[in-house]
Design a protein around this ligand. Sequence first.
Ligand code: GLY
Length: 368
Amino acid sequence: MTQTSNNTIDKVRVNLGPRSYDILIGQGLLANLPSLFSNVGKATAIFAVCDEHVQAQASLVAKGFQNQNINVTHVVVPSGENQKCLDSAAKLYDQLVDSHADRKTMVLALGGGVIGDLAGFVAATFNRGLNLFMVPTTLLSMVDSSVGGKVGINHPKGKNLIGAFHQPVGVAIDIDVLKSLPDREYRSGLAEIVKYGMIMDADLFSFLESNAAGILARKPELLIKIIRRSCECKAQIVSQDEREETGLRAILNFGHTFAHAFETIGGYGKWLHGEAVAAGMVCANKVSLNRGLIDESIANRMVALLKAFKLPTDPPELSSAALLEVMRNDKKSVRGSLRFILATKLGAVSLFDDVTEENVKGVLSPLN
Ligand code: GLY
């Protein structure tokens, strides 16, 4: 732990040899990034890409760099998943050229998952790679997409089909920004934290159960604890399987094969990602139950916790044929087979590649 003027800052290290970096978690971080991250202060210029909803926070960050005589070019990208496209990336490339960016320019992504993925992709590809710094401003991006180096944009035929692994040089998680996050988006982020409890940390799961009311009330000490633990979980996985080659990193996709299909067929934006993940994890647990991998009490505890966080626990009423088609084409599927991460006990999961279409249909909405 370190200290700013009046707040404690928690630190999580992502160990990746020469690509290692720190995640700092605390309050009042935004105006002090160059002094908190020594490597960041070495940038000669900052190309800050931010979401239209966090311009006040972006100005705070910019001031911190300007105080150190570091030039900041500030670019605002409209909100929405549809910004994760080649056109938006091309606009950012143009703006980087116009701002005379060179190899010492650092891209700073300030926003939710869309901004991190888009700006990260541009950082990975412009000038054969610029340093990237992440300032996630949604709970979901704090505990998932800002950590681990996956960056990318969507192809009209598939989410995140164009992308790269490009680790950031640092991640600053300032929980003050969560004060203004809309309730639905905040709860959506909680689904990914429940996921860490399910896949690898039964103690985190119990902590969420015991503190659900305080977490919903966004108590800072609880937020720091659950964000820190989630980042530790993610850092542990990423440092062992950075490029998703051994199968370990795939466990982060618990509930996501279902979720991705719900989002694709239901239409992006209808459900937030974390909402789809919540219902997807319930479906995955039903497959586990039907295979005798877990007992009912575990599945019931997860449903109760998701309900406490006011997240959906039933699959949407969509055609199972259409959902299965998406699941077969999932990036993670191998030659069209269905692969699922399934719970084997609370805090442990495994990859199964023998899940049948009947197994899947059996846990989808009975109305189709
Ligand atoms: N969000 C899944 C991963 O980072 O691998």
